[in-house]
Structure formats: C-alpha cells, structure tokens
Design a protein around this ligand. Structure first.
Ligand code: NI
Length: 229
C-alpha cells in the first residue's frame, strides 16, 4: 500500500522546521547507509543526536500519535526516531535504486526494529526545487511522489525507491521507518480498507447500527488474529 498522510505537520511547524534545518550542521548521508546503498547514496543527513533533528522529530512523532489515518494505515508497534535529509542542486544530490535495510538499530543501544513501512515527510515547497521526486516501485509500476510540505508518504519498506537528482534548489525531508503490529502488507491494506469503509458507513447509519457493530467486531477479530502487539 502506498498512501499519503496529509498535514502531518501544520504550516507553522513546517516553517519552524525549515528555520532549524537551515542552520543545522549537515553530514554525509552515507553514514547511515548499508554497504550496497552507500554506493547509490549521494545526499546529506543530520546526525541522530543533533538538537534540531531531535526537536522536529519529537513534533512529528507527537502529531503522528494523534493522526487517525496514520494509525489505521501503519498499525505502528515501533517508530524509528525521524531522520532528516537534504538534496541540493549545487551538489547534484540524488539517491539511486535501493531497498532499505530490513532491520534498523535504534541509537544508543535501545534495541532494534524491523522496517515494515518507510515514511518520507516533505518539508520543502514543491516549486522551490526541480527534480528530487521519490520514485516508489511496486507491482503496479513506478510511482513518482512529490508532496506539498507537511504531507507524508507511507510505503512498504520492501519497495525499490530511488530519489531523482535535484537540478534546482534544495529538497528537505524527514524519513524514518515503522515496525507494524501487522507485518504483512496485504493484511494491513485489507484492515485499512475495512476500517475506512466502517467509518464511512457509521457516518450515515450511526455507530450503533447492528451491522456496523458486527463489522467492527470482524475488524477487531481479524486484527487479533494477525497482530503482534
Ligand atoms: Ni531509502
């Protein structure tokens, strides 16, 4: 499933984030890449521990914790602390074909997560840079993604996903991974479709309609079968 989560950050939060990132000390992005993806990766990243990354990351996680669409789509068990990257035209930054590592170690020995979903949150205005599209390849082909600032794309971490070269301006984004309570993308997609349909039905029929009570029960009983809580 490839899904956009709109307005994860509000415009004032995006503006504040851009201000912080403008004065942050960027490092070579290869630092967090695996051996294969280091060959394809040419961008800049903020170190885990830098104050700017921590502050914006906490805002993102707080907002996601209150975002019903994100929770329904991701069924998150654990979220990697948000990272930040910068692609500049002057440096011809890009990121070739790669798949993200399956397991990510949390900073400071705080365990590890399995990366079921990848997330990319846009922080730059779309007309402020050329190129820089995230291309997500799935069984339906290649999807070009260039979102307005504050919006986030959620996609299976199993996907091949290059980032096109930036040819004008600067592209700033946050990226991170989610371990889901439901590791299988097909099951997770089915649960999201069901949850969305039940919510729509409830708007017209009301929460206490017996059929909706029954469908809601089915949703939770499927989740109980499939979730690793
Ligand atoms: Ni990646």
């Amino acid at each position: 499933m490839l899904i956009t989560i709109p307005s994860v950050l509000w415009p004032d939060q995006v503006a504040h984030a851009r201000g912080l990132l403008g004065k942050a000390a960027w490092a070579d992005g290869k630092a967090t890449a695996g051996a294969q993806s280091a060959l394809a990766k040419n961008n800049q990243q903020l170190p885990y521990d830098c104050a700017e990354a921590k502050e914006i990351g906490e805002t993102i996680l707080k907002n996601l914790g209150q975002n019903a669409l994100f929770i329904s789509a991701a069924l998150p068990k654990a979220i990697f602390p948000p990272l930040f990257n910068r692609y500049g035209a002057a440096e011809r930054h890009s990121f070739g074909d790669h798949v993200d590592n399956a397991i990510r170690y949390l900073p400071h020995g705080r365990g590890r997560i399995r990366t079921d979903l990848s997330a990319a949150l846009s922080l730059s205005e779309r007309d402020s840079y050329d190129g820089g599209e995230l291309v997500v390849e799935d069984t339906y082909g290649a999807h070009q993604v260039k979102l307005p600032p504050g919006d986030m794309i959620l996609y299976p971490a199993t996907s091949l996903h290059p980032v096109e070269p930036v040819t004008r301006g600067v592209r700033l984004a946050s990226f991170f991974w989610i371990e889901s309570m439901v590791r299988d993308d097909g099951r997770r997609t089915l649960l999201l479709d069901m949850d969305v349909a039940i919510r729509r039905l409830a708007e017209s029929a009301g929460d206490h309609d017996p059929a909706i009570v029954s469908l809601t029960g089915c949703y939770h009983n499927l989740l109980r079968r499939w979730a690793d809580a």
